[in-house]
Design a protein around this ligand. Structure first.
Ligand code: KG4
Ligand code: ZN
Length: 345
């Protein structure tokens, strides 16, 4: 447990209800003091979007509208709490799909107004960075963090719960997006990350050598669209590619993992902090977790990766980040708006 958070345990815990609705998950969670999960409910919309091969924004908003009240009610029930036990409501303010964000954010504003408690709008990316504090072994500051999701692939030097410096980011596709697109090309469905990960486990990761998109080995930027095109070209030239699917998945995954892990370890080394963190949906990838751990061990570095259920979008990470905003006195007015884009660092 983080020392400063532990010190707070002598006081009554601060309880935050977190709400997340930035993309295709409606989630609610109650977290105490920014690290203890009392409940965490996630209603996935995968069934709605899978038939279209990607997220349909209008359908996402409608499903959030249907789900937000039952999901919040079940998070409160699972925590065994009443609304009167809450100190604040935190909701994702952005980045994400504006119509989807509006549902959770507006609901949070109404709830906070009704309960006469503060409302804090949380940056989704800071939510992911704080997910690593919901574990039994949180990192000390500063640390290097790789945030890999469906919408983002960035490296940060993180100095506090709410402060970081952006070291590099993808210039085109996010890593999760590349997994999703390769899955679409092979007809294995949406979202593709978990499916490609499972296929890859059965494949030979050395047989097909896809290009490693380093850009510049000394920089922390990424690019995955060339790798995606290399997989498309491979499929075009091999009429029998269906028989090779596990090897294609394994070769593609290995190229992504090589670049992500090497740049993360180098970022931790170059900043001298020697602590590496991986967060976001792609952090659930077994091979990425394994390679980051192997490379870090060689350098005597410590690695912190949340358990898979805290890697994908969830509201516990929003409540955790919201706790730190709340402690810093940050509040959102009832006329605050959502934002579809906003970088951190
Ligand atoms: O963080 P997240 O749930 O949502 C965003 O904020 O984008 O990340 C979703 C992304 C999707 O692109 C999904 O395919 C990918 O994470 N993903 C994975 C795995 N599980 C989810 N990618 C690779 N391997 C996995 N096991
Ligand atoms: Zn996310």
């Amino acid at each position: 447990m983080n020392k400063s958070l532990e010190a707070m345990e002598t006081h009554a815990p601060i309880r935050i209800l977190g709400i997340e609705s930035s993309c295709d998950e409606t989630a609610a969670a109650v977290v105490e003091n920014g690290y203890r999960i009392c409940s965490s409910e996630v209603a996935s919309q995968i069934d709605v979007h899978a038939v279209y091969g990607g997220v349909v924004p209008e359908l996402a908003s409608r499903r959030h509208l249907e789900a937000v009240i039952p999901v919040v009610a079940s998070a409160m029930a699972a925590a065994g709490m009443r609304f009167a036990d809450l100190d604040a409501v935190a909701a994702t303010r952005g980045p994400g799909l504006a119509g989807a964000l509006l549902v959770g954010f507006s609901f949070a504003k109404a709830l906070a107004y009704g309960l006469n408690i503060p409302m804090v709008g949380v940056n989704h990316l800071e939510g992911h960075l704080n997910s690593v504090f919901l574990t039994h072994d949180p990192p000390e500051f500063p640390f290097a963090a790789l945030l890999v999701s469906g919408g983002h692939t960035s490296l940060y030097h993180v100095t506090s719960h709410t402060a970081c410096e952006l070291l590099g980011a993808t210039r085109d596709d996010a890593a999760g997006e590349a997994f999703d697109k390769v899955s679409k090309m092979m007809g294995t469905g949406y979202p593709g990350g978990a499916v490609i990960g499972q296929l890859a486990e059965k494949g030979d990761r050395k047989r097909i050598e896809f290009p490693r998109p380093w850009i510049d080995r000394t920089k922390f930027d990424f690019s995955f669209s060339g790798l995606k095109s290399a997989v498309a070209r491979y499929l075009e030239t091999r009429p029998d590619w269906k028989k090779e699917m596990p090897d294609i998945a394994a070769g593609f995954q290995e190229a992504v993992v090589d670049v992500l892990s090497e740049k993360l370890i180098r970022a931790a080394e170059s900043s001298g902090c020697r602590r590496a963190v991986v967060v976001g949906g792609v952090a659930a990838n077994g091979r990425l977790r394994e390679v980051v751990r192997e490379q870090a061990e060689k350098k005597g570095m410590k690695v912190h990766i949340p358990p898979p259920d805290l890697c994908g979008d969830n509201a516990a990470m929003i409540a955790a980040a919201g706790f730190h905003y709340f402690r810093e006195g940050r509040r959102d007015a009832l006329d605050a708006d959502v934002f579809s884009r906003q970088r951190i660092g």
